[in-house]
Design a protein around this ligand. Sequence first.
Ligand SMILES: Nc1ncnc2c1ncn2[C@@H]1O[C@H](COP(=O)(O)OP(=O)(O)OP(=O)(O)O)[C@@H](O)[C@H]1O
Length: 241
Amino acid sequence: MRGPPARTGPVFRVKALSKTYRSGLLEVHALRCVDFEAAQGEFVVILGPSGSGKSTFLNIVGGLDRASSGEVWFKDHQLTAASEAELTRYRRDHVGFVFQFYNLVPSLTARENVQLVTEIAHNPMPVDDALALVGLSERRDHFPAQLSGGEQQRVAIARAIAKQPEVLLCDEPTGALDSRTGIRVLEALTEVNRAVGATTLVITHNAAIRDIADRVVRFADGRIAEESRNAARKTPAEVSW
Ligand SMILES: Nc1ncnc2c1ncn2[C@@H]1O[C@H](COP(=O)(O)OP(=O)(O)OP(=O)(O)O)[C@@H](O)[C@H]1O
């Protein structure tokens, strides 16, 4: 008789994570003893007021910044014990980043911007598949200046997921966009989360977005103040703000 299917462990395990920034005599406690886990393929929305530690958290989990104390694990790799070279490899091989500002190369087309990543990735998807996932097949030969803000953000998402990352970390991906365009970008993110199965963490100031997540985490004053799970996820089209 076969037993129950083997459960895969969490993708992220964060234990007692703290981060203190020091400049001169001044200390800022950006994170205070944060515990967190995320499962494979989970879509987590992170809310919280300005300065509550959201970006600091995402940057540490993404290997862009270092903890002051505590542990961060990505599967069986302890990021908090990793060397700079190991963190660089972690970011390159496993993490897709999407930021508020798209950081596309202006002299390259949409396709070429995505290609920059697929050329150095271990297991990339075809560039055209990545652009199709975000609904931009028709625009692949356009330059960033010929694309709307939402389209540029979708190119940035295609670039982030073309390497088929295990995690997708997004810091205010709709922050610079109007609501209709923002919804299109969220549709691209949920589609990518479904198709690639990447564990997805999305920071937003926009509480309306909480309904599209599996789970919502609210930061306040460097701590996780509240967590909730959505029994049913809404589609981005059902959300308005
Ligand atoms: N490099 C840094 N040096 C000093 N202090 C910093 C640095 N980065 C962040 N902080 C401070 O740490 C605290 C948390 O910042 P963080 O950017 O994580 O908040 P946030 O919730 O993402 O805010 P926002 O929504 O405005 O982006 C803030 O008080 C901020 O000023």
